[in-house]
Design a protein around this ligand. Structure first.
Ligand SMILES: C[S@@+](CC[C@H](N)C(=O)[O-])C[C@H]1O[C@@H](n2cnc3c(N)ncnc32)[C@H](O)[C@@H]1O
Length: 269
């Protein structure tokens, strides 16, 4: 199991960004879990749980009679999640890739994952692995980020410079950065029926919102320069733009769209 192709920082180096991410996306994730019907006593796995932001909410929801499996391919990420959740007795931490049968054949009522699938190499293999973790009546709960939908307003010649580099990096590492545009077809191919789809996009003018992007951008600049040939002067132009707008309340950022899917395996007739 490896996190070699993973594009963002791991462990402490991504703590601030993931915390801010949670500030903008956790409330909708909570509402999603509630709307899906996750309840006391259920079993659920969070794949690519990161620092465990959503696990906290999941563990409270299923209670001590429920079972939560927190899976991540990175030991550094899990270490932070584990420290944060040591008071929860119903969470088990598993250091594994989703493709490597992390539950060892065990099946759960819900397979949940947020902002993971863009980082996998093969969407079909990942979805097949998820299908294998579900009980017969279980459901898949996906939160899918469309990173390219992130925009600044009003736009500036330097505000979107990062987008071609981001997608080029995904192609260079054979990752699924275009997952938001492929997930519907991929779910059908994997034998899932989509029961429900909701979308939200946080829009704000605060420095915290802009930092979600700025911190992520800084984590990728080396790869942009060395792996996809980004011009360092253009990197600097975007960096300077971010410095200019960070505390400017007249500039708004629409963070990436998050589409939430509830999907179940289609019944064979
Ligand atoms: C963008 S973070 C999202 C973390 C968390 N789900 C959240 O929303 O805050 C993606 C996480 O997926 C993990 N990851 C990446 N590829 C993985 C794989 N193939 N199997 C398991 N975890 C993976 C990374 O280590 C990282 O912690």
């Amino acid at each position: 199991m490896t996190t070699g192709a993973y594009s963002m920082g791991l462990g402490d180096s991504d703590a601030e960004r993931l915390k801010l991410l949670g500030q903008f996306y956790d409330p909708a994730s909570s509402a999603f879990l509630e709307a899906a019907g996750v309840r006391a006593g259920d079993s659920i796995v969070d794949l690519g749980c990161g620092h465990g932001g959503v696990i906290e909410r999941i563990a409270a929801r299923v209670g001590d009679d429920g079972a939560v499996y927190a899976v991540d391919a990175s030991a550094d990420q899990l270490r932070i999640a584990q420290a944060r959740l040591e008071h929860r007795r119903n969470v088990r931490f598993i250091h594994a890739s989703i493709e490597d049968n992390p539950l060892r054949g065990r099946r759960v009522d819900w397979v949940y994952c947020r902002f993971l699938l863009m980082h996998v190499k093969d969407l079909d293999i990942a979805l097949a692995a998820m299908a294998n973790m579900l009980t017969e009546n279980g459901a898949l709960l996906l939160e899918i980020a469309d990173v390219g939908s992130l925009t600044f307003s009003p736009a500036d010649p330097a505000s979107d410079l990062w987008k071609p580099w981001w997608y080029a990096l995904g192609r260079a590492r054979s990752l699924s950065f275009d997952v938001a545009h492929r997930i519907t077809d991929a779910l059908h191919t994997a034998g899932f029926t989509i029961n429900r789809r909701d979308r939200q996009q946080p829009i704000a003018s605060t420095a915290q919102a802009k930092l979600v992007h700025a911190l992520g951008f800084e984590q990728c600049t080396n790869a942009y320069i060395h792996e996809v040939g980004a011009d360092p002067r253009q990197i600097e132009a975007h960096r300077q733009y971010l410095h200019r707008v960070l505390y400017d309340p007249t500039i708004t950022i629409a963070l990436f769209e998050n589409t939430q899917y509830i999907a179940r395996r289609s019944r064979r007739t």
